[in-house]
Every structure is written in C-alpha cells, then in structure tokens.
Design a protein around this ligand. Sequence first.
Ligand code: PTJ
Length: 254
Amino acid sequence: MSDVPPSHPRYVSLKTREKVVEGVEKGITGLNGLIAQGRGEALDYLIGERTTPPAQEAERAAAAMLLLAERPVLSVNGNAAALVPEEMVNLARRIGAPLEVNIFYRTEDRVKKIADLLRSLGAEKVYGEDPDAVIPGLDHARAKAARGGIFDADVVFVPLEDGDRCEALVRMGKRVITVDLNPLSRTARTSTVTIVDNVVRALPSLISLVDEMAGQEVGELRSILEGYDNRSVLCQAVAEMISHLSDQFSALDG
Ligand code: PTJ
C-alpha cells in the first residue's frame, strides 16, 4: 500500500484501487480489471459512495434467494478475487455453496491462481480448473463451466459479470444475482437481482443479512422474493444517482 494516510478523503477508494493493482501484480486480476475498476469508481462517485436504500432492498432479496436455493454457486472472477476473496469464501461457507472460478479473459494460469487463493482462505470446494460443460450460446472460452458448479446451479451469485454471459445463464433458467455499480448495464437489467453497490460494501452487508435471515421461515423468505421487483430497484438506483448529483450541483452552484 502506498503512503496515502487514512485521513485522506479518498482513502477507502484509493485503498480499493490498490487492491486491484495488487491483484494484477500477483497475476490474479486481468489488465482489463483495472479498466473495469476505473469505471466502477466513476459510477460509485455518482452514487455518493454509499449503500443506497434500493441496494439494501436488493441485498435482502439476494440473501433470501441464496438461503432458499437448492444448488447455489458463487462465481469468482479476477476483480472479485482481488477485492473480496475472504468474503466470497465466508459467504460460500455460510450457505454451504461451492465457489467456481469463472473468468471472462480466460487464462489457465489465472484460473489456477484464483482457485489457489480461495483454497488458501479456507474454501472447501472450488470448481473452474477442469470445466466439463459448456454454457449454450457463448463462444468457446467464455462458455466453459463445471458440472456440479455453475452448470448445474439453480442460483448463481456472480459479481461484476459480462452481459452476454449473464443473459446465457438466465436463458438456461438460472436465477442470477449480481453486484454492478452500473444500473443501466445489460448485466444489471438481465439479472434476477441486481445489487447496485460497490462489491466491497455489498459483500459484508450480504453476509450480515444471511446471518440475520438464516432462521426465518421458508414462507417469510419466499414472500420477500415475491415482493421484489428488480426493474423498480434499478429505477430507484438511477434516481439515487440523479438526486446525489443534483445535491452536488446545488452545492457547486452556491
Ligand atoms: O477476471 P475476468 O477476466 O473475469 O474479468 C473481470 C472483468 C470485471 C474485467 C470483466 O468481467 C469485465 O470486463 O467486466 P465489465 O464488462 O467491464 O463490467 C464490469 C462492471 O462492473 C461494470 O459495469 C463496472 O461499472 C462494474 N464494477 C467495476 N468495479 C466494481 C463494479 N461493480 C461493483 N463494485 C466494483 N468494485
């Protein structure tokens, strides 16, 4: 970590950025991951770098969906591995789900490094190194998946996903939960539940909610999902950005 002091107003954002840089240096995160993080930073700035009420609502629905799932799988790419590896392992343990390394810019070396990292943090089951199935409708490298993992999952938690792959998973009949700071992305619009929040804030919240809701009756969890409307949550997320920008504009305009 460079010598940015904790008192710096952009400390958290800069620290998060450095984790992605470190991920690239370790061969865990792809170079494109830096660009994705930059885009995320800009959008996070627009939303006020905070977890908004619609993000909280989506996190609650995501927790209910994960708790109700029969075969949940958590998908990990290079950015999630750099930013929230412990949290992904933690969440997997809490809901009894396997993890699968599923990366967009696939190299076998990076898949192995991410899988090793997750195992070093205590992950019990990590798929992805020996994919034995193909997601229909995607080109060869992007289509790779594992039986017992994403290929057979009923619910896939896939932070920072590509739009094409998200659509392909939904076409397979899976319910998809994503974390994406862009409420207008194809992934955000296609997913069953979209958490418009920074992954570094969303994962700790999701873990707390899973703990809090684990004792709830199945009927109560189902009614949370029945009352959930992802489109409306996305509209509210855009409204949160507009309102934050409008406040900033008023402050600037004096
Ligand atoms: O490791 P790989 O090869 O699987 O590659 C991973 C990336 C993320 C590089 C790849 O999937 C990619 O190119 O993704 P995109 O298409 O750039 O989409 C990433 C989305 O995540 C964008 O909408 C970003 O705004 C958003 N995003 C970036 N950083 C964060 C984020 N959302 C939440 N938290 C972040 N920290």
